[in-house]
Each structure stands twice: as structure tokens, then as C-alpha cells.
Design a protein around this ligand. Structure first.
Ligand SMILES: N[C@@H](CCC(=O)N[C@@H](CS)C(=O)NCC(=O)O)C(=O)O
Length: 267
């Protein structure tokens, strides 16, 4: 049995749900509400001491890290549709994208999501004290939690945030360059590279930041995302798990923040 610990607004979890859907694999979900701090529940920390989703449990075995999970699914279920090419050289192209997502795009996405949207919800509910906010993070998670506190308090003015948004935009330009040469990010076929990037475009779309690629700015990215959204797996992987109030919060907060993002990027 496949069990997934996940959350509606987690890009990493959406990536795994998209991979599971593309592979036609059934799974059972355990919803960990990150905005309510459920990632710090002792029962979840026993599964992942890093207090992050997604986590896959396969027949009782715990598998961490979204990219590792997707690679595991590919190897453990070889009879399902392949998301990595056969040739080792072609695989390197896919892995360069998944590595970039893990190392650069995902941290940029966390900052962007917090400053454009989640901070408003957290401030509205009362962020509590700094010490309360750090509770449960554990020694390993302290620095990340401290940074998050600054995102919540200072928004776009928090240290490093503007650079992270520029880096995010830089990845859209890298995608455009790749998609000018081929239909999909790593060549002529849909692969794990497309699965891995899709949640990050969807995040921008949900936050009403489509202007980063629309209106002729990045036409190949626009076309790619339309083809991603048209896949039968997109809706169930991305929206089935999103609570309506979270969708609406992200839409409204994102729309409010878009003018500042537009200015920052000189669009
Ligand atoms: N490298 C990890 C990153 C996981 C991660 O950052 N997950 C986020 C959601 S996308 C999370 O659970 N954050 C917890 C929090 O916001 O406190 C992976 O790829 O699985």
C-alpha cells in the first residue's frame, strides 16, 4: 500500500501527486495541515524529523524527499508509464531540472508563497510570539523557521526575498529557452522534468502571477503550461486536495501582491 503525507499548498507534495497520477498508482492520503503547524506533531516528527511533507510510506517503509520519492516510484513500479528516459544521457537532462528544483527553485517558491500569501493568513490569525513560532522546530529547523518569521513580518522587504523572486523568474526564462528547442523540458517526450516544474508554474498561476509569462513575455512557457493543465492527471493531482478557502486566500493575496512583483521584475 502507498500512503502519502501531504498538504494542498505544498509544491513538493503536488509534484509527487502528479507523478503518482501519471503512473496511475493508487494511494491513501494523510493530510498534514502546515498552516496549522501539524508538521510539528510528535507523531509526524517520528515519521519525518525534518517536519516537512511529502513523505511516502510504501508497505510500512518510509521514503523522504520528493525527488527521491519520484525516483523510487519509477524504480519500484517499472510496469507503469515511464517518467525518466531509457538512455543515461537523456536521464541527465531530466535530473538537471529536478536538481535545480530541489536546490534553487523550491526555496525561492517557499519565500514567494509566504511573502505573497501565507503571511497575510498567519498575521490575520495572530502570528503569536517569536518564541512560540520557533517551538517544535527542533535544532535543525531553527534557522529555516527564523527566516520564515522574517518573511511573515517583513514581506517583500525581508532579506534575500527580492533575489529569490528574480531567481524564480530566471527559471521561467531557462524553461523558455529549453521549450524553444523541444516540446517538453528535457526533449520530445513528457518526463519527470515536466512533472517537477509544473507545481511551480501552478503556484504562480494560483497567486495571480501569470503575467510572468503571459502577454507574449514567454510564449513557449505559456503553451507548455496550457498543455500541462490539459492533462487528465492535472486536476486530480493539483486541485482535489486544495481546500476552497486556501485557493481563495492565495488568489486574493496574490492579486494584491502582483503589482509589487511586477515592479520588482520590471514587467
Ligand atoms: N526537499 C524537500 C522539501 C520539502 C518541503 O520543503 N516541504 C514543505 C512544503 S513544500 C514543508 O513541508 N514545509 C513545512 C513548513 O512550512 O513548516 C522535498 O523535496 O521533499
Amino acid at each position: 500500500m502507498l500512503e502519502l503525507y501531504h498538504h494542498g499548498s505544498s509544491a513538493c507534495a503536488a509534484k509527487v501527486r502528479f507523478a503518482l497520477a501519471e503512473k496511475g498508482l493508487d494511494w491513501t492520503g494523510h493530510y498534514v495541515d502546515l498552516l496549522k503547524g501539524e508538521q510539528f506533531d510528535p507523531a509526524f516528527l517520528a515519521i519525518n524529523p525534518k517536519a516537512v511533507v511529502p513523505v511516502l510510506v510504501h508497505d510500512g517503509e518510509i521514503i523522504l524527499e520528493s525527488t527521491v520519492i519520484c525516483e523510487y516510484l519509477e524504480e519500484a513500479f517499472p510496469e507503469t508509464p515511464r517518467l525518466y528516459p531509457e538512455s543515461p544521457l537523456a536521464r541527465t537532462k531530466v535530473r538537471l531540472w529536478t536538481k535545480a528544483v530541489d536546490e534553487e527553485l523550491h526555496p525561492a517558491c517557499s519565500a514567494l508563497t509566504y511573502v505573497l500569501s501565507h503571511r497575510h493568513a498567519i498575521l490575520r490569525n495572530g502570528a503569536g510570539s517569536f518564541d512560540d513560532f520557533l517551538k517544535g522546530a527542533g535544532p535543525d529547523g531553527r534557522a529555516a523557521r527564523e527566516l520564515k518569521w522574517r518573511w511573515i513580518q517583513e514581506g517583500l522587504d525581508a532579506p534575500g526575498v527580492a533575489d529569490k523572486i528574480r531567481l524564480y523568474d530566471g527559471y521561467l526564462h531557462k524553461m523558455e529557452a529549453a521549450l524553444e528547442k523541444s516540446d517538453w523540458l528535457a526533449g520530445g517526450a513528457f518526463t519527470m522534468a515536466d512533472v517537477a516544474l509544473a507545481p511551480y508554474l501552478n503556484r504562480l498561476a494560483m497567486l495571480q502571477c501569470h503575467g510572468m509569462w503571459r502577454d507574449g513575455r514567454l510564449p513557449c512557457v505559456e503553451d507548455w503550461f496550457a498543455r500541462i493543465r490539459a492533462r487528465a492527471t492535472f486536476e486530480p493531482a493539483f486541485f482535489k486536495w486544495m481546500p476552497a478557502d486556501l485557493i481563495e486566500n492565495m488568489r486574493a493575496n496574490g492579486a494584491r501582491s502582483w503589482p509589487a512583483v511586477k515592479d520588482l521584475l520590471g514587467i
